[in-house]
Design a protein around this ligand. Structure first.
Ligand code: MLC
Ligand code: AMP
Length: 508
């Protein structure tokens, strides 16, 4: 019986002594070793009582073992729910509760804090640390290195990725085997990945970009990855001559350009640089070409849809555009008020349909219905226009969202925390330009009459509830928030007023 995702990504490498992962210390893990670890983990998971369709929530540091946990879930038909390592216990509690995870895997450092949460939701808890130790690998040691793959169909769920929303509540995007597989196959071909590719992998593996785009494509093509725990400029520069491809968020590319060691020679061996998850400035694109001779290939995607569009591999990679719809993906730009398709050249909301589009939000039928049309088109919340040559330009967002260093931050979630603080009457959270992260978070507060807000205490409270990357980098007190005649806060006026707060010369 088949398990399409496991068969295509992993089973094809069974027994291969070829290198799959190269680590920063120079050691290598073969496909066969990797698959044996995954099979052992799959035994641990099923012995713990998990079966096909159950959820496993993992907040673990990036490591070969963490990736093997993903493979184990695919092989056993378990829905993999990877979580940002920056999330606080408060944030994790929601994900565990909402997903109904049967097993939580976390770093030993988080075990004490998460044990009561897991217990309260009748989930088991195992540990997996950055160095590959922990109770999960301990249990796995005695297990066989092969596992009978659990049959699945393309329509079965493979992963949940949580994405926040404009109401401040995170939604679990349900991704099927077919969603992941179709996109990996399309991209591997579109970007010409082969078994000789070596991908410099410095992205986190709890998001679409690092897990599904980078890793799944490499697996489909049979290539290998230089697998780094995080983006470390020195490591990237040292290892780039051994790689052929890299995928990154724009911050990767601006950081490289800021370093004089990043030269044409250093990038000479590279075949392809891909950028996505946030807008790449046209200026970065052209500086990169001047420095290295490479034109960065920019593509556009999101958690719910995987990748939607890409600049061409062979044709003109145009700065400031995200290229054309991928094969199999239909895209339209529609009028937000009527939903009707607009002629090319006009700005409207971007909608996409295809085998890449998710199944819906976990246990949130109204939210699914609001964004996923009955005819299969998903309303992305991004605003764009298609130019005369068919290239898509993303010109803005129809959703209140900040993208900082490739991480999505929903202002509402932060406003709820700020509004609850003593002395705060109301708040507005905005994104302002930042030289390193593209955008960063600023909180604007209005004090309650007769009260004064303690900014240090507020920053402390935010630290307890929210992951570090969501913290306002600056809190500003105003007498009142600008509002339109309907009473709606005019965030555009605030963004404009504070746009130079982090201008390059004063960047922290
Ligand atoms: C880290 N920090 C951030 C941050 N990353 N703050 C805001 N935004 C971020 N993205 C915090 C750290 O906790 C630290 O806090 C301080 O900022 C400086 O940290 P740093 O050492 O400079 O950051 P670093 O660890 O180097 O991380 C920056 C980064 C990383 C850009 C390399 O954020 C990253 O890898 N981003 C990629 C995100 C990604 O994969 N997105 C894909 C989503 S999928 P302090 O104060 O404690 O020092 C998706 C779909 C699609 O969007 O289309 O792909
Ligand atoms: P996420 O929900 O984390 O998957 O983020 C998806 C969002 O990132 C999209 O809806 C876009 O707003 C943004 N995004 C992804 N790729 C690009 C890109 N190349 N240019 C501009 N925005 C992008």
């Amino acid at each position: 019986m088949a398990n399409p995702l496991y068969d295509r990504l992993f089973a094809q490498h069974t027994g291969k002594a070829t290198s799959f992962l190269r680590l920063a210390d120079g050691s290598e893990i073969t496909h066969a070793e990797f698959l044996a670890t995954a099979a052992r983990y799959a035994h641990v998971l099923t012995d713990a009582g998990l079966s096909a369709g159950d959820r496993l929530a993992a907040q673990v540091q990036k490591s070969p073992q963490a990736l093997a946990l993903y493979a184990a879930c695919v092989q056993a038909g378990i829905v993999f729910l990877p979580l940002n390592t920056a999330y606080t216990v408060e944030e994790l509690t929601y994900f565990i509760e909402n997903s109904g995870a049967k097993l939580v895997v976390c770093d030993a450092g988080r075990q004490a804090a998460l044990m009561p949460v897991a217990a309260q939701h009748e989930a088991r808890l195992e540990t997996l640390n950055a160095d590959g130790t922990g109770s999960l690998p301990d249990l796995a040691r005695a297990k066989p290195g092969t596992f009978d793959t659990v049959p699945r169909s393309e329509d079965d769920l493979a992963a949940f990725l949580y994405t926040s929303g404009t109401t401040g509540r995170s939604k679990g995007a349900m991704l099927t085997q077919g969603n992941l597989l179709s996109n990996a196959e399309t991209l591997a071909e579109y970007w010409r990945f082969t078994a000789s590719d070596v991908l410099l992998h410095a992205l986190p593996i709890f998001h679409t970009h690092g897990l599904f785009v980078a890793t799944n494509i490499t697996l489909v093509a049979g290539g290998s990855m230089i697998f780094l725990p995080k983006f470390d400029l020195d490591q990237i520069i040292a290892l780039m001559p051994q790689a052929t491809t890299m995928m990154g968020v724009p911050t990767f590319y601006t950081r490289l350009l800021d370093d004089p060691r990043f030269t044409r020679d250093l990038a000479a061996h590279m075949r392809l640089f891909v950028s996505g998850s946030a807008p790449l400035l046209a200026e970065t694109h052209s500086q990169f070409e001047t420095r290295t001779g490479h034109r960065i290939l920019e593509r556009y995607g999101m958690t719910e849809t995987n990748m939607n569009t890409s600049n061409p591999y062979d044709g003109d990679r145009r700065a400031g555009t995200v290229g054309f719809p991928l094969p199999g993906v239909q895209l339209k730009v529609s009028d937000p008020a009527t939903g009707k398709a607009l002629p090319d050249g006009e700005v409207g909301q971007i909608e996409v349909r295809g085998p890449n589009v998710f199944k819906g939000y976990w246990q949130m039928p109204e939210k699914t219905a609001a964004e996923l049309r009955p005819d299969g088109f998903f309303i992305t919340g991004d605003l764009g226009r298609i130019d005369a040559d068919g290239y898509l330009h993303i010109v803005g967002r129809n959703k209140d969202l900040i993208i900082s260093g490739g991480y999505n931050i929903y202002p509402k979630e932060i406003e709820l925390v700020l509004d609850a603080q003593p002395g705060v009457a109301e708040s507005a959270v905005i994104g302002v330009p930042h030289p390193d992260f593209g955008e960063t978070v600023v909180g604007v507060l209005v004090q309650a009459p007769g009260h004064s807000a303690d900014l240090d205490a507020i920053a402390h409270a935010a630290g307890r509830s929210l992951a570090r990357f969501k913290h306002p980098r600056k809190l500003i007190i105003l007498d009142a928030l600008p509002r339109n005649t309907m009473g709606k806060v005019q965030k555009n006026l605030l963004r404009d007023r504070f746009k130079d707060l982090f201008a390059r010369a004063e960047a922290p």
